[in-house]
Design a protein around this ligand. Structure first.
Ligand code: HEC
Length: 156
């Protein structure tokens, strides 16, 4: 009996608490739903991932040209991660990214691991084609990425 009373007491204690106001940030404010919407909007969708991917795509090319294999390893890992995070935000693109993630990236990674320049440029070209194939599939066929031959990296 005593136990039942104690439990009832605890339940009542919680039930009588005034409803908790959602925590407010400096500019992320509103109801829980409004705040989540705001945060998601600021994270942005796939376009944001593509900004990062474009930069890494160019740096990767120079890394291969300079045979800076560790730098190339760094960029291919980060590029893959950027695409994967982009797909978490926009899963509708996942199917179209399959070749890119399952073939193009692993093949280029292999060339980097083997420190093989010839294979690197062959597989870099395969990756470029795979970027564009995905753009085609996702109604962005007007974005045709080129080989960044004249890109100047600030890294040796
Ligand atoms: C999942 C398929 C997919 C893959 C793989 C992909 N892209 Fe994209 N890319 C897109 C889509 C979709 C957009 C349009 C995004 C948006 O703005 O909503 C885009 C946009 C872009 C843009 C324009 C970005 C801007 O708004 O300034 C560039 C540049 C780009 N991609 C480069 C690349 C490069 C380089 C690769 C390969 C290393 C690549 N993409 C791989 C789907 C893909």
């Amino acid at each position: 009996m005593k136990k039942v009373l104690t439990i009832t007491g605890i339940i009542l204690l919680f039930a009588c608490q005034p409803p908790q106001e959602p925590a407010q940030g400096e500019w992320i404010v509103g109801t829980e739903e409004e705040k989540l919407e705001q945060i998601e909007e600021h994270f942005q969708g796939f376009g944001k991932a593509m900004w990062e991917v474009s930069y890494r795509y160019k740096e990767l090319y120079t890394a291969g040209k300079n045979q800076n294999w560790e730098y190339a390893e760094h960029h291919i890992e980060e590029l893959e991660e950027a695409i994967e995070l982009g797909l978490e935000r926009r899963p509708k693109h996942a199917k179209a990214a399959e070749h890119f993630l399952n073939v193009a990236i692993p093949d280029l990674e292999k060339a980097i691991q083997e420190r093989d320049s010839i294979l690197f440029f062959e597989n870099y070209e395969q990756m470029r084609v795979s970027c564009n194939a995905c753009h085609q599939m996702r109604d962005h066929g007007f974005i045709q990425v080129k080989t960044p031959e004249f890109y100047q990296s600030i890294v040796e």
